[in-house]
Design a binder for this molecule. Structure first.
Ligand code: NDP
Length: 279
């Protein structure tokens, strides 16, 4: 089994440097088997969300894996319609815990900023953190202006900002900002969600050069940049492939070439206009 390097969040807690995402993985057998497979291969970080509707299957797979709960880093997220005061957030959190069959999560994230409730909601996350029911708190899809407002009005600097990030949208500005403030950046859609071209000539030629696949080259690029990637797959061979990125190193020149592939091309919603679930 591959043992992977751990990284540290700004509050000192460790997490595996690559994780496993389950967006759009169906509740029931599909998510159960995907998570079990990932854990068998060696993944120890699972990223789910209330809105994915698959927390029960994730919880069941973690239980049945036989791996002690404390050896698994579990992330879930507060959905937009549950943003608000502590009681509202706490209720959503309790529902997630019960589905996940656990009494704490390692990381609880605000899923989207929306417009005017994220400060209040984050204050509720701070309370959960102080009550030691979550080991770290953070956000997703926050632009710099959201982070500035949040940090200006709350106490705890987010441990994580999970954003759309891949070679077509490399988010250099947000990455620099987060690095300055010790906020770990986590890439969602690290493999371009199947919407970008993994077979683009650059990735294919680098894959040939290193004897790897295009997906592995891209995931290695994330890793060498210190970006936390959480690739999703329901295909056992790909789950394994995406985890096998620790036996090669991209040269600086090749890192630069992938950086140069950036087109600031967003493949999904823009956080400034994404208001689903808030209305
Ligand atoms: P990814 O970039 O991880 O892409 C997943 C797609 O790539 C699937 O179609 C998968 O196919 C395919 N794939 C996976 N591995 C390979 C491979 N080695 N070769 C070729 N194709 C491959 O996109 P996601 O949107 O799933 O992002 C990852 C995770 O980020 C999510 O699962 C979720 O946990 C999180 N996320 C968070 C969001 C947020 O707003 N905070 C938004 C979106 C995602 P298949 O499964 O069929 O093998």
């Amino acid at each position: 089994m591959t043992i992977i390097p751990n990284w540290k969040l700004n509050n000192g807690i460790s997490l595996p440097s690559v994780g496993f995402g389950v967006f759009k993985v169906k509740e029931g057998d599909e998510v159960y088997h995907a998570v079990l497979e990932a854990l068998k291969i060696g993944y120890r970080l699972i990223d789910t969300a209330a809105i994915y509707g698959n927390e029960e299957g994730v919880g069941r797979a973690i239980k049945d894996s036989g791996i002690p709960r404390e050896e698994i880093f579990l992330t879930t997220k507060l959905w937009n319609s549950d943003q608000g005061d502590f009681d509202k957030v706490n209720q959503a959190f309790e529902t997630s815990l019960s589905k996940l069959q656990t009494d704490y999560v390692d990381l609880y994230l605000i899923h989207w900023p929306g417009k005017d409730k994220f400060v209040e909601s984050y204050k509720a996350l701070e309370q959960l953190y102080k009550q030691k029911r979550v080991r770290a708190i953070g956000v997703c899809n926050f632009h710099i202006h959201h982070l500035e407002k949040l940090m200006g009005e709350t106490e705890i600097v987010p441990a994580m900002n999970q954003i759309e990030l891949h070679p077509l949208m490399n988010q250099k500005e947000i990455r620099d900002f987060c690095q300055k403030h010790q906020i770990q950046v986590e890439a969602w859609g690290p493999l371009m969600q199947g919407k970008g071209d993994l077979e683009a000539p650059l990735f294919v030629s680098l894959a040939e050069k290193y004897g790897k696949t295009p997906a592995q080259v891209i995931l290695r690029w994330h890793y060498q940049h210190g970006i936390h990637a959480i690739p999703k797959s329901v295909t056992p061979s790909r789950i394994k492939e995406n985890f096998s990125i620790f036996d090669f190193e991209l040269s600086q020149e090749d890192m630069n070439a992938i950086d140069g592939h950036n087109q600031n091309l967003r493949l999904s919603a823009d956080p400034d206009t994404a208001m689903f679930g808030f209305e």
